[in-house]
Design a protein around this ligand. Structure first.
Ligand SMILES: NC(=O)c1ncn([C@@H]2O[C@H](COP(=O)(O)O)[C@@H](O)[C@H]2O)c1NC=O
Length: 523
């Protein structure tokens, strides 16, 4: 809709002053009269930009230490007046129209991030005048432009230049929606903060759970083609995540591609050595570490070449030419993701135009805490993400047989894999390579059997391997199945009421068994 509104008067009131001097200068050069609040006005004046104080404009001093500065009919009348409808009232009340509002809010998030933040500090950092102006201007987007983010300054000036100091209705509407998104996020954050500090509150989870995700892309369809879907990301997603990764080539990512890439990437992050994780239907079907990612890929592929077909492959080192060539020559692959991709590797993958190639950047050593969500009909389950890690020092040997040094390495390797396999998870591994993966069975013993069947089908020798179980064994049958397959060491959380029986079974078979004391269910 072409509905132009030349900008003649703008009100600038910003806490984050990034880019505001340049923006104000640009507005002023285009003949816009500037109104501004205390700190913002001072900054502009110090930079020789003519500006009228809001207090001068309204005839009302800022009072109560800034609690009331823009909350005045001259300001809100100037923003909310419908041009053409409210002109007489404006004239009668001596209210001048305000055509643009540029506001960002008190830094509540930054204030409360300080662990020493007092209740009073938090309260004082709840912006009132700002959101009031933001919402007023956004409501009146028919006549008024609202800018809440420095990212939009350049776009506004460019469009003013193209339209005789006006913005189009479409831009004003777009900015208005951004403004409501901004205030919704701001109020949500305040409600979450105080909602987790209610007198009888015993957990970190607020009374209402308010969170905001921004749409990154619409997807062709969801898990199935009759389901509509989109990909939403957090305002500040973790670096080196599927949410921030850059797609270098290939078909658009599908719903399942994104979920599987996340599983593969988060699993491969667990390893310090060069590693490769191949995921199918959210489960790792082959994982290996190696001297290089080439040997890691080679071995990960060998676990289950049948399932690796059409898989998602993640690495924790740069994708090099030789590894890219090995993949492309050998198998059909949906997605390859690595912290970086060499130019040569990119060229190799280019031969298969459909393959989605992604580079996610290097992740920090320490994983940042975050929430996991699981939707149920009528609700949402929220929990801390499973960042639990086990080192050799945490292990308790419960069997008569002691694991050898090599077995210990394999036990820890396979434990890391099991964490990313859907429960019930059983993983067989040898020499830093998965030998068999049993995923998602309703009984643990069947996961163990499946891991064995898969290994046998791929001609992999289970004898001499180690086994990880994501949760304790309720009965000794899982241990017996493992022994029959030739498993020599087991890692599991322990904690069953039948632990004595389980340990006795391990001892009977001469199997070394260690307890982690930590479970890794994944549903
Ligand atoms: N009280 C008010 O009337 C009011 N009007 C604008 N503000 C906020 O004051 C800040 C800018 O203040 P200054 O220009 O003094 O640095 C902005 O974040 C703006 O959202 C206000 N502050 C808090 O509510």
């Amino acid at each position: 809709m072409m509905d132009f509104r030349p900008i003649q008067r703008a009100l600038l009131s910003v806490s984050d002053k990034t880019g505001i001097i340049e923006f104000a200068q640009a507005l002023q050069q285009r003949g816009v009269q500037l109104l501004s609040t205390g700190g913002t006005a001072r900054l502009l004046r110090d930079n020789n930009i003519p500006v009228t104080d809001v207090s001068e404009h309204t005839g009302q001093e800022e009072i109560m230490n800034g609690r009331v500065k823009t909350l005045h009919p001259k300001i809100h009348g100037g923003i909310l007046a419908r041009r053409g409808t409210d002109d007489a009232v404006m004239a009668e009340q001596n209210i001048a129209p305000i055509d643009m509002v540029v506001v960002n809010l008190y830094p509540f998030a930054k204030t409360v991030a300080d662990p020493n933040c007092s209740h009073a500090d938090a309260v004082e950092n709840i912006d009132i005048g700002g959101p009031t102006m933001v919402r007023a201007a956004a409501k009146n987007h028919q006549d008024v432009t609202i800018v809440v983010n420095a990212r939009d300054y350049e776009r506004v000036i460019t469009e003013m230049d193209a339209n005789n100091n006006s913005l189009t209705f479409d831009t004003r509407f777009d900015l208005a929606i951004r403004a409501f998104e901004h205030t919704a996020q701001y109020d949500g954050m305040i409600a979450n903060y105080f909602g987790a500090r209610l007198p009888q509150q015993e957990s970190q989870f607020p009374r209402t759970f308010n969170t905001q995700f921004e749409k990154k892309q619409d997807l062709r369809y969801g898990e199935n083609s009759h389901q509509q879907a989109a990909f939403y990301v957090e305002a500040e997603p973790h670096e080196a995540s599927v949410a921030t990764a850059q797609q270098l080539q290939g078909k658009a990512l599908s719903f399942n591609n994104i979920a599987d890439t996340d599983a593969a990437l988060e699993c491969v992050k667990s390893f310090a050595e060069p590693a490769c994780v191949i995921v199918k239907h959210a489960n790792p079907c082959g994982v290996a570490i190696g001297e290089s990612i080439m040997s890691a890929y080679d071995r990960a592929f060998k676990t289950d070449p049948t399932s690796a077909f059409g898989g998602i492959i993640a690495f924790n080192r740069e994708l090099d030419e030789a590894t890219a060539k090995a993949i492309i020559d050998r198998q059909f692959v949906e997605v390859i993701i690595a912290p970086s991709v060499s130019a040569d590797a990119q060229q190799v993958v280019a031969a298969k135009a459909n393959v989605r190639l992604m580079s996610c950047g290097q992740w920090p050593e320490q994983r940042a805490a975050s929430y996991d969500y699981k939707r149920v009909n009528g609700g949402l389950l929220v929990q801390d993400a499973d960042l639990g890690e086990i080192t050799e020092q945490d292990l308790k040997v419960v069997s008569k047989a002691q694991p050898t040094a090599d077995q210990l390495k394999d036990l820890l390797f396979c434990w890391k894999v099991a964490k990313f396999v859907k429960s019930n998870a059983i993983v067989y591994a040898k020499e830093g390579m998965t030998i068999g993966v049993g995923a998602g069975q309703m009984s643990r013993v069947y996961s163990a059997k499946i891991a064995g069947i898969k290994a046998a089908d791929e001609n992999l020798e289970v004898a001499g391997s180690v086994m990880a179980s994501d949760a304790f064994f309720p009965f000794r049958d899982g241990i017996d199945a493992a022994a029959a397959a030739g498993i020599k060491a087991i890692i599991q959380p322990g904690g069953s009421i039948r632990d004595d029986e389980i340990i006795a079974a391990a001892d009977e078979h001469g199997i070394a068994m260690v307890f982690t004391g930590m479970r890794h269910f994944r549903h």
